[in-house]
Design a protein around this ligand. Structure first.
Ligand code: NAD
Length: 351
């Protein structure tokens, strides 16, 4: 498929290529949609094998941001940026200054933030060249690390699923298995232990599971075991792709509700979960707390305001589960349906 076919196939609005030979910057910014508002999405810095791989990744990720923002009910569109290369080799201040000028040249259609391979410190440098950066440090009126907000959103989604499956959002005594106790997973452990849930955790880093066991009384199991622990909710909070043809038949949970991005290895895995009688809460709805936290910077950030906005994930997910039931479709498809309806309604109002 040619470059223009790739861009056209998912109806991207525009794609921009930026380079600065002096610093080695080679970057692509993809704007999937600005119908609901400016396109917000992080900057991924990664040593892609080819320019084509980088283009495919930025197209896929920017489309995902459109759906995530729409399902979260935000007045934001979807965009994403990639920088090609190894951040430890070429991630100089000069490169981030040049990147900041590239973002500024788009006049606010695209708003950036940190992502895999970039840090808040990098974004502070970008912010010297452009206003269109979010998620900066508190001293610059930014919302800082989004992970606690993401964890709050996951907990809200788990309560929504509990309300749907067991008639009460109360998680007291519910067995919840968490794969990955990093920034989001550990914050989730803290929230859920406060709710009185029974926690089982696994992580490749034993230092992390030791903290979860010692501080929050979590039971620790092996990383290969966690997905088939008998429990009410399985929460993938490590890497994506964990729900696949091999693992789904091994699950012994009633629902999957976690923060990891791209949990389904392929789209069909959503149907596979449904056929197995497992309620899957779509990852991009569940893990929207981070982007909502960033959106809360608009008009002045405060943790209370951000928390109230993140809590809406409860209602957003409930609407998607209701839509899935009504149309007799999978939850993943229902989430896309809700997002597309919101975008279509906004486009009609604009016209
Ligand atoms: P993190 O790197 O802090 O934590 C990930 C944890 O998973 C680490 O402790 C790591 O050791 C562990 N891990 C890696 N491979 C594992 C395996 N095979 N089995 C068990 N544990 C394993 O990352 P994070 O910021 O907590 O993000 C977790 C997930 O949530 C990622 O998929 C991320 O894309 C997604 N997410 C995060 C945010 C956020 O605000 N941080 C927002 C949206 C989505």
């Amino acid at each position: 498929m040619g470059v223009f076919d790739a861009i056209g196939s998912e109806h991207h609005q525009s794609v921009h290529f930026g380079m600065d030979p002096a610093s080695g910057l080679r970057s692509i910014i993809a704007i999937h949609s600005t119908v609901l508002g400016p396109a917000l999405g992080g900057t991924r810095f990664y040593p892609y094998k080819s320019e084509r791989d980088a283009l495919d990744d930025v197209l896929r990720l920017s489309k995902g941001m459109t759906y995530k923002a729409a399902c979260a009910g935000l007045r934001l569109g979807g965009g994403k940026a990639v920088i090609i290369g190894d951040p430890s080799e070429i991630g100089s201040d000069d490169l981030f200054l040049a990147y900041g000028r590239f973002v500024e040249s788009l006049g606010g259609q695209y708003i950036t933030a940190e992502d895999v391979g970039t840090t808040v410190a990098n974004m502070e440098i970008v912010a010297t060249q452009t206003r269109y950066v979010r998620g900066l440090l508190d001293e610059h009126c930014g919302s800082g690390d989004p992970s606690p907000a993401t964890a709050h959103g996951v907990a809200a989604a788990q309560r929504a699923v509990a309300a749907r499956l067991w008639g009460s959002q109360d998680l007291v005594g519910k067995r919840i298995a968490i794969k990955g106790v990093g920034k989001v997973g550990m914050a989730l452990v803290e929230i859920l232990s406060g709710y009185g849930a029974e926690l089982i955790v696994a992580d490749v880093k034993t230092t992390a599971t030791e903290v979860a066991a010692r501080e929050y009384g979590a039971k620790v199991v092996d990383v290969d075991e966690i997905h088939h622990v008998e429990c009410e909710i399985f929460a993938p909070c490590a890497l994506g792709g964990g729900l696949n043809e091999r693992t789904i038949p091994e699950l012994r949970c009633a629902a999957v509700v976690g923060s990891a991005n791209n949990q389904l290895a392929v789209e069909d895995d959503g149907d596979r979960l449904r056929a197995a009688g497992i309620l899957y809460a779509p990852d991009f709805v569940v893990n929207a707390g981070g982007i909502i936290n960033i959106a809360a910077e608009e008009g002045g950030y405060s943790p209370d305001k951000a928390n109230a906005m993140v809590e809406r994930i409860f209602d957003n997910l409930t609407e998607i589960l209701t839509t899935a039931d009504r149309l007799d479709i999978g939850t993943h498809t229902a989430a896309e349906h809700v997002a597309e309806e919101r975008i279509a309604a906004a486009a009609t109002m604009e016209a």
